[in-house]
Design a binder for this molecule. Structure first.
Ligand code: PEP
Ligand code: MG
Length: 579
């Protein structure tokens, strides 16, 4: 057994197909001044063909994995259009009298080395993009045919040094049981695509599997924990087949709950919704039984591209999301960049404390046009279904008023242009900063609903940076201070008769369910895969019992005590359920 890094979960057992290195041998060739124009034309022609090919891949991908996944290829197109890339190639041809393919190869090597040296993981992944698109261009200049994969009827496990998004896009997901790569990371574009396609992926096997591995060897991989077995024994195959079967059965078993109302034994109803950041994620959520979206993190629409999305582009995405919900509702949260979320085309200054810096609503209120573009897109989509608007990171009443004033401006503009929108669009805010909790009573008078963002609320209440691994054990959602904050804000919402939901990670934690049932929150929004397990627990719970449990929780002075109470309740529940 060898251990890599699990980058896309799932078990795969099958024959390997070892992908030959996609590295081209480019023979050194000198040219004359008289050949410059011809060589430039060859490069232009190669770029045109590469762009056509990429656009074709994009179209195919739109059908299979959704529009978001195609953005990787927008990055490739942008590299081919980048004058810096072209200047480097032309410079090598003119100054060093080298043929087009040699100049392209040297330009790729130059930029890849430059990006590889950077500390930042994201920038290093850009090196892979340059290599990928550069190799496509080289392939055309050299007239090399596409790599032939096994015939369509034979599913295989792909083994490669690294796998580029282009290569992944060429694969038929139905025939690829799994993928193993020597290099790679869990945050690479390829890993993101493998997850979207549901293909198990193990990365980081450099030096761990024999270089001599050949096509046709039996291989077993577990993409959840990164385990890889070469030529596994029969008993091992059987064990993993059983695991595979159990995983599928566990998911299937809960599936009958998809249409079951989320109501307790004593009649308390809670809406269970999904958190999404793309249309593809929505599709997966819908398949998993979600009917509503409680948090659409829109910042991901702004990432992985070269410029801000236009009003039209955003409108089409928001409309698609609400239409796909067929009557369900979606809470669209306005842009929350800053913190750990950057846009490479937008120059944001380095900050000492980015999570407490220029982010979210602060950026929107400062970059008014940017904000209004998003508001207009959301308003325009609001006639296609039930959309609710939500502002992130609110700390004062003034911010809400300023954001609402811009919303009114956007509405006036649309009205003058004769464009329809939902005049009664509900407007809510995230409660994710202690200041917002403390003035919840004032804020509730300005908005239509609250949604508690426990992820940020925990870090700011406890002064624990959610990204700092050294103090990760201090990041404790069950700290009594957090529990008090939750009670306080729910009470303020109830006093002012506005709905309240929770959309941080704690919403999907089964152990926390008695807190929400006891407080009486209206909805919980979470990762789609948590919805059915949580619903199963909820429909067997009673609010009365949860109130008793929460009474004990409220009297506890340490998080250890709180966790013991909630865990014991969970265990009793398990025992009763198992007979
Ligand atoms: C939160 O802070 O709980 C939240 C849902 O927002 P994000 O995780 O996007 O910051
Ligand atoms: Mg947040």
């Amino acid at each position: 057994m060898t251990q890599g890094i699990g980058a896309s979960s799932g078990i795969a057992i099958g024959k390997s197909f070892v992908l030959p290195n996609w590295e081209f041998e480019v023979p050194e060739q000198r040219i004359d001044v008289a050949d410059f124009a011809r060589e430039f034309e060859r490069v232009y022609e190669g770029i045109r063909t590469s762009k056509d090919e990429i656009n074709q891949i994009k179209d195919e991908l739109k059908e299979t994995v959704g529009e978001e996944e195609t953005q990787i290829f927008d990055a490739h197109l942008a590299i081919l259009d980048d004058p810096v890339f072209m200047n480097e190639i032309q410079g090598i041809i003119q100054r060093q009298y080298k043929a087009a393919e040699v100049a392209v190869k040297e330009a790729i090597d130059h930029f890849v080395t430059m990006f590889d040296l950077l500390e930042d993981d994201y920038m290093r992944e850009r090196a892979l993009d340059i290599k990928d698109v550069g190799n496509r261009l080289l392939k055309h200049l050299l007239g090399v045919p596409e790599i032939q994969l096994p015939s369509d009827t034979q599913p295989f496990i792909l083994v490669a040094k690294e796998i580029s998004p282009s290569q992944l896009a060429h694969l038929n997901p139905e025939n690829v049981l799994g993928i193993v790569t020597l290099s790679g990371s869990t945050s690479s574009h390829s890993a993101i695509m493998a997850r979207a396609l549901g293909i198990p992926l193990v990365v980081g096997m450099e030096g761990k599997i024999a270089e001599s591995l050949v096509t046709g060897q039996t291989i077993l991989i577990d993409g959840s924990d990164g385990t890889v077995h070469l030529d596994p024994a029969e008993h091992l195959i059987k064990r993993y087949r059983d695991m595979q079967y159990k995983l599928i059965m566990a998911q299937e078993q809960l599936h009958h709950l998809a249409d079951h109302e989320a109501v307790t034994t004593d009649g308390q109803f809670i809406k269970l919704a999904a958190n999404i950041s793309s249309v593809k994620e929505l599709e997966i959520a819908l398949k998993g039984g979600a009917q509503d979206v409680g948090l659409f993190r829109t910042e991901f629409l702004y990432m992985d591209r070269q410029e801000f999305p236009t009003e039209e582009e955003q409108f089409l995405v928001y409309r698609k999301v609400v239409e796909k919900l067929h009557g369900g509702s979606v809470v669209i949260r306005t842009l929350d960049i800053g913190g750990d979320k950057h846009l490479d085309y937008y120059d944001m200054e380095e900050e000492e404390n980015p999570f407490m810096g220029y982010r979210a609503i602060r950026v929107s209120l400062d970059q008014k046009q940017l904000f209004k573009t998003q508001l207009r897109a959301i308003l325009r989509a609001s006639t296609y279904g039930t959309i609710k608007l939500m502002y992130p990171f609110i700390t004062s009443v003034n911010e809400v008023r300023a954001a609402n004033a811009l919303l009114e401006e956007a509405k006036d503009e649309l009205m003058q242009e004769g464009i329809a929108f939902d005049a009664h669009l509900a407007v809510g805010i995230m409660i994710e900063v202690p200041a917002a909790v403390m003035i919840a009573n004032h804020l509730a008078k300005e908005v239509d609903f609250f949604s508690i963002g426990t992820n940020d609320l925990v870090q700011f209440t406890l002064a624990v940076d959610r990204m700092n691994e050294r103090i990760a054990d201090l990041y404790d959602p069950y700290h009594p201070a957090v529990i008090q904050m939750l009670s306080f804000v729910v009470e303020a919402a109830k006093r002012n008769e506005i709905p309240i939901s929770v959309c941080g990670e704690l919403a999907g934690d089964i152990r926390a369910l008695p807190i929400w049932l006891s407080l009486g929150v209206d909805s919980l929004s979470m990762s789609a895969h948590s919805i059915l397990p949580l619903k199963e627990r909820l429909i067997h719970s009673s609010q009365l019992e949860c109130k008793q449990v929460f009474n004990e929780v409220s009297l506890s002075v340490t998080s250890e005590e709180i966790k013991v109470i909630l865990t014991e309740y969970m265990d009793v529940f398990e025992e009763t359920a198992n007979g």
